[in-house]
Design a protein around this ligand. Structure first.
Ligand code: HEM
Ligand SMILES: *[C@@H]1O[C@H](CO)[C@@H](O)[C@H](O)[C@H]1NC(C)=O
Ligand SMILES: *[C@@H]1O[C@H](CO)[C@@H](O)[C@H](O)[C@H]1NC(C)=O
Ligand SMILES: *[C@@H]1O[C@H](CO)[C@@H](O)[C@H](O)[C@H]1NC(C)=O
Ligand SMILES: *[C@@H]1O[C@H](CO)[C@@H](O)[C@H](O)[C@H]1NC(C)=O
Length: 329
């Protein structure tokens, strides 16, 4: 009799998910008590020396998290046998200084508490510190992510929005990862800092259509300024424009105010100010910076735990640019 009852019970047990180790803000409290201070010191020094670091790190972090979770897979270098995420076309413009700030912090952490702190946690913490440092909101970063043991350029396909995609496509991409339209609009407020290269918006300012030289949704003075700036972009691929020309280095809600005036740089930015699905949120964040900061902070917290690997699902890499199996001992 008893065995008849037990059998179905035993079959049920494997279906229960194993207890997942949870992330927590004080994950390194005992094992690396100076974690936050070490990261903060490196971030401040780097950002003062190279003010483009914050924007670079924010984009790096987003691109890492949205492809297979926040697991520092984007920090792995390619080798003769494998092309890594980093070498997918959409990631090629990520600035070296963004990688460098993580490597610097990781190097110091390895001296103080070897083998303890993951590269994914360093990137998450450094990004939060950098966003706050340039004027953006503070948000808690829960810790305990593990690093991936692999990285493939092909895994990036279809996960990262491009400026020439339709808004419908972009909304679908975000929603497939659990982000609402409102969260998408808030996250894209990240374009209040940093640069975009001319090739990302050239189609809007040169030979736009048979009837218009530049995109008519653009402010005319803005379009003229960009045409001048980018005149030689085909020869010089390094030419880039500020995403937010009004307050380029400050994390604020100017991005949304710009959109209302036709001063959005990417087609995917500008469309959000007119499409009825996104316009209400653009108008809200343009009118109320606190509302933007609150929404951005919440959405970033959500990004920062997206698909994270914990427990045995990953490793703590000794070096951020290669999985441990490929590192000498
Ligand atoms: C709506 C979809 C989005 C599209 C189509 C998009 C596209 C782009 C493009 C094309 C660039 C210029 C890259 C270059 O030329 O170097 C850029 C820059 C940037 N993006 Fe986005 N992005 C989107 C959403 C986001 C989100 C959600 C974040 C972060 C939360 C973000 C953060 C950044 C930052 C900080 C930069 C400046 C990078 C730098 O100065 O180095 N973007 N984005
Ligand atoms: C969008 O741009 C990418 C890369 O710049 C290009 O490969 C793709 O064909 C473009 N898509 C459309 C729909 O124009
Ligand atoms: C725009 O079109 C004109 C005429 O077809 C051409 O000469 C010019 O090179 C084009 N400009 C760009 C930036 O593609
Ligand atoms: C671009 O480079 C080509 C070849 O290097 C040169 O012939 C051309 O004059 C350059 N164009 C501009 C606008 O500088
Ligand atoms: C702006 O947003 C904040 C945060 O959501 C809210 O508390 C505040 O009441 C809003 N201010 C106005 C003027 O609506």
């Amino acid at each position: 009799m008893a065995s008849r009852l037990l059998l179905p019970l035993l079959l049920l047990i494997p279906l229960l998910p194993p207890a997942e180790p949870k992330l927590s803000v004080d994950y390194y409290k005992k094992t690396c008590p100076n974690f936050a201070k070490i990261v903060q010191d490196v971030v401040v020094e780097k950002q003062l020396a190279v003010p483009t670091t914050a924007a670079g790190a924010l984009r790096l972090f987003f691109h890492d998290c949205i492809v297979g979770g926040c697991d520092a897979s984007l920090l792995i270098s390619s080798n003769p046998f494998n092309r890594a995420e980093r070498d997918n076309e959409v990631n090629q413009a990520l600035p070296g200084d963004a990688f460098d700030v993580v490597i610097r912090a990781k190097t110091k952490l390895e001296l103080e508490c070897p083998g303890i702190v993951s590269c994914a946690d360093v990137l998450a913490e450094a990004t939060r510190d950098l966003v706050s440092m340039v004027g953006g909101p503070y948000f808690p970063v829960r810790l305990g992510r593990k690093d991936s043991v692999e990285s493939r350029a092909t895994d990036v396909e279809g996960h990262i929005a491009l400026p020439n995609m339709s808004l419908t496509h972009i909304i679908e991409q975000f929603s497939s990862k659990g982000f609402s339209v409102q969260e998408m609009v808030a996250l894209t407020g990240a374009h209040t800092i940093g640069f975009s290269h001319c090739s990302e918006f050239a189609n809007r300012i040169y030979n736009f259509s048979s009837t218009a030289d530049y995109d008519p949704t653009m402010n005319p003075d803005y379009a003229q300024g960009l045409k001048k700036l980018c005149a030689n972009y085909k020869n010089d691929s390094t030419i880039a424009a500020f995403n937010d020309p009004m307050t380029p280095g400050k994390f604020d809600n100017m991005y949304y105010l710009n959109l209302q005036k036709g001063v959005g740089l990417l087609a995917s930015d500008q469309i959000m100010a007119s499409d009825p699905r996104t316009k209400p949120f653009v108008d809200l964040y343009a009118a109320n910076q606190s509302a933007f900061f609150e929404a951005f902070a919440h959405a970033m917290e959500k990004v920062s735990v997206h698909n994270v690997k914990t427990g045995k699902k990953g490793e703590v890499r000794r070096r951020c640019d290669a999985p441990n199996t490929l590192q000498g001992s």
